[in-house]
Ligand binder design. Structure first.
Ligand SMILES: *Cc1c(COP(=O)(O)O)cnc(C)c1O
Length: 411
């Protein structure tokens, strides 16, 4: 083994960045008469909608809750209303047709868990070499279904892996052609932009799909500790998701109210929202810093014989910095991770294809091997290196040299 200088102290692959200003905002929120259901959430929602360029934004206590509200509302819109949806779901109505959503296996469980919770069947389609859902593979599925006269697919749910926009143009066209909805789990990509041609400044993530979900979990672009949001231009979706967020109850005059549907408590507190509002002001500077740090990695890793950094397109939020290992090193990945850990460099693997988890075994793709070639290769190859706003350029240079030295040990 080489004599490699460890990083100064342990760094995880990601960590939140909280300023004194953030703390002041949270303390101020605690002094308000309302610490939930107040003006700060309204202001946060307005600021989010304004930032992303959508008509509506709804805050939630997690992206998972926002995904649930999105999927349930989507089915309710198709069936007419939320009441019919929940009656069918709960009464196990035999006339209640199972609908499907095409999605990526390279994502966090919540993307698909909430689909299943709302009675949808997920259909996994393969990814391209950037880890994003492949629109061509989605179309293959849609074409085959059309030939067989099956009309169960009502949406495609894509994920902007690592903070890189999916091919928005292709998904928009698919949605139009097959009369389905394109949804986006943009939990990685708040602050990113989709750029079609090199000389345009692009479109911010959040307004491209029919509906987009963001996460404000500690490790995402900005944080509310736990939190999420649903953005869309559709007033009907907005109203339904809002009902689901708060017990299905509509307030009337005085103490009168009605509960028209099943509902939950998916609300974000004013304390969390105050952190979000304060963080949102720094979002663009976070993205700039992440990109500056990532370009130092890019430079250090140029032409190395071990791996190549994930390619980015448009303006990435750089939520993750994944490297893709040459097949020669796939078997050594666990040992490489252990060695990096010894040297204070935390890494993570994003993600194992979801259908490989035991819970999703019934949703394994039905080709001869029950797997998707690119997704499997991607899982074997990928490793996320530390990238967050508490690191500085010199830190990244040091980590990059540690990473290259460790790989050379496995040569
Ligand atoms: C983080 C994440 C989620 C879940 O977000 P929570 O706010 O923790 O519920 C969902 N999907 C993706 C792709 C994520 O990265």
């Amino acid at each position: 083994m080489k004599d490699i200088t460890p990083f100064k102290s342990f760094t995880p692959y990601s960590r939140q960045s909280i300023s004194e200003e953030d703390k002041t905002c949270v303390l101020e929120a605690l002094n308000n008469p309302l610490i939930t259901q107040g003006k700060i959430n309204e202001a946060f929602e307005k600021a989010l909608a304004n930032y992303a360029g959508t008509k509506y934004a709804l805050s939630f206590n997690s992206a998972t809750s926002a995904l649930y509200a999105l999927y349930a509302s989507l089915r309710a819109l198709e069936l007419g209303d939320l009441e019919s949806f929940y009656h069918s779901l709960v009464s196990k109505d035999t006339n209640f047709k199972t609908k499907s959503i095409i999605t990526t296996p390279i994502t966090f469980s919540a993307t698909t868990n909430m689909m299943i919770a709302c009675g949808f069947k997920p259909i996994f389609a393969d990814v391209t070499y950037d880890g994003n859902l492949d629109p061509l593979k989605c179309e293959e599925i849609l074409k085959e279904k059309a030939l067989r006269g099956e009309d169960d697919v009502i949406a495609i749910m894509s994920v902007d892996y690592a903070g890189n926009s999916v091919n928005a143009k292709a998904f928009k066209e698919l949605a139009k052609k097959y009369d389905i909805k394109w949804l986006s789990d943009s939990s990685h990509s708040l602050g990113a932009r989709y750029i079609e041609s090199t000389n345009d400044e692009g479109i911010k993530i959040g307004s491209l799909a029919y509906a987009s979900v963001f996460s404000f979990h500690a490790l995402k672009s900005i944080t509310t500790a736990e939190g999420g949001a649903l953005l869309s231009d559709d007033p009907k979706l907005y109203e339904m998701a809002k009902l689901i967020r708060s017990h299905g109850i509509t307030k009337k005059e005085l103490y009168h109210s009605d509960q028209t549907t099943l509902g939950f408590n998916f609300r974000l507190s004013e304390i969390n929202a105050s952190l979000g509002l304060s963080q949102l002001k720094k979002l663009d500077s976070f993205i700039t810093k992440r990109n500056e740090l990532a370009s130092i990695y890019d430079e250090a890793f140029k032409n190395n014989p071990y791996f190549y950094p994930l390619k980015t397109k448009g303006l990435s939020s750089r939520h993750l910095y994944p490297i893709l290992l040459d097949p020669k090193y796939h078997c050594a990945k666990e040992d490489i991770v252990k060695r990096l850990l010894e040297l204070n460099v935390g890494t993570q693997v994003h993600y194992k294809p979801l259908y490989d988890f035991s819970f999703f075994k019934d949703y394994k793709p039905k080709n001869e091997h029950g797997l998707l070639r690119n997704a499997e290769d991607f899982y074997r190859a990928t490793l996320s290196l530390p990238l967050h706003c508490n690191l500085e350029k010199e830190d990244i240079k040091h980590i990059a040299s540690i990473v290259l030295d460790v790989f050379s040990e496995f040569n």
